[in-house]
Design a protein around this ligand. Structure first.
Ligand code: FAD
Ligand code: UDP
Length: 417
């Protein structure tokens, strides 16, 4: 008998598994339909030995010391500031749009004050910022909106920016200085040995069993448990009774090239001509040295694995109906990007999972996070030599030694409880 069945071994499920086992001593079974842990953050070494992110580039950034410290129990870090160029008018220029973007694009030599005046001269102030179009046009006007945002957003979401909530393009700021970092958060770093190794350490507990290649639908009547944590799509949980919630999908095309460096930046965005939105070269992110290099192209798709909730009013309205059903289920905790239909980054999902846990145990979040962490070793950025008990093989194969069970064994598990 398990205390908890957790559906999904991404950030949401793994944080809860770790807290329930380490903080409360609960017995947990965590299952994932995929053949690995880590959810969308899963990384692994490809055939050439290059560390790549299977589901597209994942860069960790947060302003929360609490969340960063919590994850530092399971990984050392490599400091990393992300930078992106956009391919516009046959040039590669910084995005977010900054002083250098404007100067390069228009062959100017403006300073920060002058670029502010430039933005003031081209922006079209909007009284109400309701949509993703409003955000950009209000900040930089129509021409820059069309060069950088309109095409990219249409491709990425299959919708015009005017059909999407303001929050989508508001993720990308406009700057009048020369700061070309994609994020400005206090903590920006990559797990030194990859995300999968970090997840292996989170799930490394005698009370946690991991079951891969296993759909919750097939498992739910096979195991006995008290409570459920569900991190899959919320509409699927309720058999799409109100109709399908739209999620946007992607197809990833991975390539390895026989050159040391493929492109001049970690990510290049292609707002206009190409069918793909962006190309990522992983070695920039991971810091790995290798004589070859690996890249991934992202092609947006309407069908396929659900990767992005689509923030727009009609979808929020439909989600509210599912949320009402979810709220009525005292025995099930809905957590994560798919189960709460929120376009959240990794750190926000960790925060959400820690909050759910603190409510489960009736403690404030600080106390809930601190539970049983006395033995934990805290890693810091650049602390590459630190070691902590961990059973990962470092090859990022997503297997958690000694605790992984396969579907054929489910009968044995339920029989044994
Ligand atoms: P997921 O990682 O999706 O995990 C849910 C898991 O549940 C999945 O593994 C799924 O297989 C499993 N599951 C679903 N249904 C079932 C079922 N019926 N039975 C069994 N298992 C099931 N965030 C950042 O902070 N920085 C970034 O740079 C960044 N880049 C991103 C790039 C891309 C292309 C994408 C798609 C996302 C990116 N994110 C980034 C967001 C990040 O991936 C999410 O915030 C995070 O992974 C969400 O964690 P989760 O546990 O909620 O969901
Ligand atoms: N966006 C854009 N052009 C860009 C970068 C972003 O139009 O060069 C818009 C697009 O709608 C995108 C959103 O801003 O989906 C958020 O961008 P972000 O890079 O945060 O997307 P994610 O990494 O989550 O896919």
């Amino acid at each position: 008998m398990f205390d908890y069945l957790i559906v999904g071994a991404g950030f949401a499920g793994s944080v809860l598994a770790e807290r329930l086992a380490n903080g409360l001593g609960k017995k947990v079974l965590i299952c994932d339909v995929r053949p690995h842990i880590g959810g969308n953050a899963y990384d692994f070494y490809n055939d050439e030995g290059i560390l790549i992110h299977k589901y597209g580039p994942h860069i960790f950034h947060t302003n929360s010391a609490e969340i960063f410290d919590y994850l530092s129990r399971f990984t050392e870090w490599r400091e990393y500031q992300h930078r992106v160029l956009a391919s516009v008018d046959g040039m590669h220029v910084p995005i977010p749009i900054n002083l250098d973007t404007i100067n390069k694009l228009y062959g100017l030599n403006l300073n920060a004050n002058q670029v502010k005046e430039f933005f003031d001269s081209v922006r079209e102030p909007r009284e109400q910022i309701r949509t993703s179009e409003d955000v950009v046009i209000n900040a930089v006007g129509r021409e820059l909106y069309e060069k950088f945002f309109k095409g990219y957003t249409n491709k990425q979401w299959g919708l015009d920016p005017s059909e999407l909530d303001a929050s989508v393009t508001a993720r990308v700021p406009t700057r009048s200085n020369r700061d070309d970092r994609y994020f400005t958060d206090t903590f920006q770093a990559m797990p030194r040995h990859g995300y999968t190794r970090m997840f292996e350490r989170m799930l490394d507990h005698p009370n946690i069993k991991v079951l891969l290649n296993c759909d919750y639908q097939e498992l739910k009547n096979e195991v006995r448990y008290n409570e459920l944590v569900y991190t899959g799509p919320v509409d699927a949980f309720f058999d799409h009774c109100y109709g399908k919630l739209p999620y946007r999908s992607l197809e990833f095309k991975h390539e390895t090239h026989d050159v040391e460096v493929f492109q001049e930046a970690p990510v290049i965005n292609f707002p206009n001509e190409q069918a793909y939105t962006r190309v990522t070269e992983f070695k920039y992110l991971t810091g790995q040295s290798h004589r070859k290099t690996a890249v991934v192209y992202e092609f947006p798709r309407a069908e396929g694995d659900p990767y992005y909730p689509i923030p727009r009013p009609e979808n929020t309205e439909l989600y509210r109906k599912y949320q009402a059903l979810a709220n009525a289920r005292q025995d099930v905790h809905f957590v994560g990007r798919l189960a709460t239909y929120k376009y959240y980054n990794m750190d926000q999902i960790v925060g959400q999972a820690l909050t759910v846990y603190s409510k489960m145990v009736g403690l404030n979040r600080k106390a809930a996070v601190a539970q049983s962490d006395a033995a934990a070793k805290i890693y810091s950025i650049g602390n590459g030599n630190a070691h902590r008990k961990g059973n990962g093989n470092g090859m990022g194969n997503g297997k958690t030694h000694g605790t992984v069970i396969v579907p054929a064994e489910v009968g044995r598990i339920s029989g044994a409880v």
